[in-house]
Design a protein around this ligand. Sequence first.
Ligand code: GAF
Length: 387
Amino acid sequence: MTDDVAARATAGFRSAYGAQPAGRWAAPGRANLIGEHTDYNDGFVLPFALSLRTVAAAATQPGGTWTVWSELTGETVSFGAAEVAAPGRVTGWAAYVAGVVWALREAGHAVPGARLAIASDVPLGSGLSSSAALESAVLAALVDLGGLDLPAERRPRLAQRAENAYVGAPTGIMDQSAAIRCRAGHALFLDCRDESVEHIPFDLDAAGLAMLVVDSRAPHRHADGEYAARRKSCEHAAEQLGVPALRDVSVADLDGALARLDDDETRRRVRHVVTEDQRVLDTVALLRAGRIREIGPLLTASHASMRDDFEITVPEIDTAVEAALAAGALGARMTGGGFGGCVLALVDDAAAAEAVAAAVTAAYAERGFTAPGHVTVLPGPGATRLD
Ligand code: GAF
């Protein structure tokens, strides 16, 4: 997979620019094992990288301009200093690239002009964070090409700034952290307040387990507006409770905190975030103890909380989770921002994964939904230079 996508990036570079790239940089899509909508509440998340990757083949070009070809559209977009002087001047997919250049320059780096060719196996709009993969691959390329001083632990914040301030999507720090800092065979336990990480062994094979990813194929309706609304509601609740962020409310304090809030919807949002942070901690404790099988109920509880309290699931997603559990999955939950995207199901082995996928497909057919996609995954590495 990665070899193909890397070869496509090189071929794209050659045909767009008639030259060889100086190197190729890859960054993965991610699945979040647990910890949803906790990142922008200064809380905990536990994503892992997928083997599906975005590759940037790149070389410097003189004159302080940037040219990007993408296999997605087959088009080449060029921009210069004027377009990266302020957010929003490049739009569409190339905004993620221009945003990275803008954020690097804002942080005082002398970004080299560059030619880039982008190829990707990370599906768009499936909630597997194709945008963070693109930002992170481009960032790695520009940092190396320019010999910039930007260690890996400082890169997620910069890529997030590109997305928040240049592209205009108010996302948290999880996706860029996963794309950049994950390790193969591990999940990334990230404290989103201080960005400290611990690589938690997550060896599904050794545990005799498999992780199925079901692409719900549900249309992403109003996802951006709903995401922003959830974020606002959490910030408003933290203000009302007099804490810097909802991370500062513990499960032990939850009832008291809920009693101080004045509407039911806000109470449900707070209950999701506070209990979800605790579920991340509980999941990490089980994984540290090598008890992977036992995390299933926490995944399923996380889903119920997203469905009932945070209200970010859709019928296709809930159908996939219910069918997966009925077919014997040890646990299942939506992963990512919500309103569509993918479901993770922890299952016994490859045969169980096939059986669960078949059960989800049958449940979809019964309800007349567009057939779902599915793939089994293992935790892969974060962003890296390929050659
Ligand atoms: C999206 C965002 F980009 C992340 O920052 C995170 O908030 C996630 O939704 C929900 O957990 O992927």
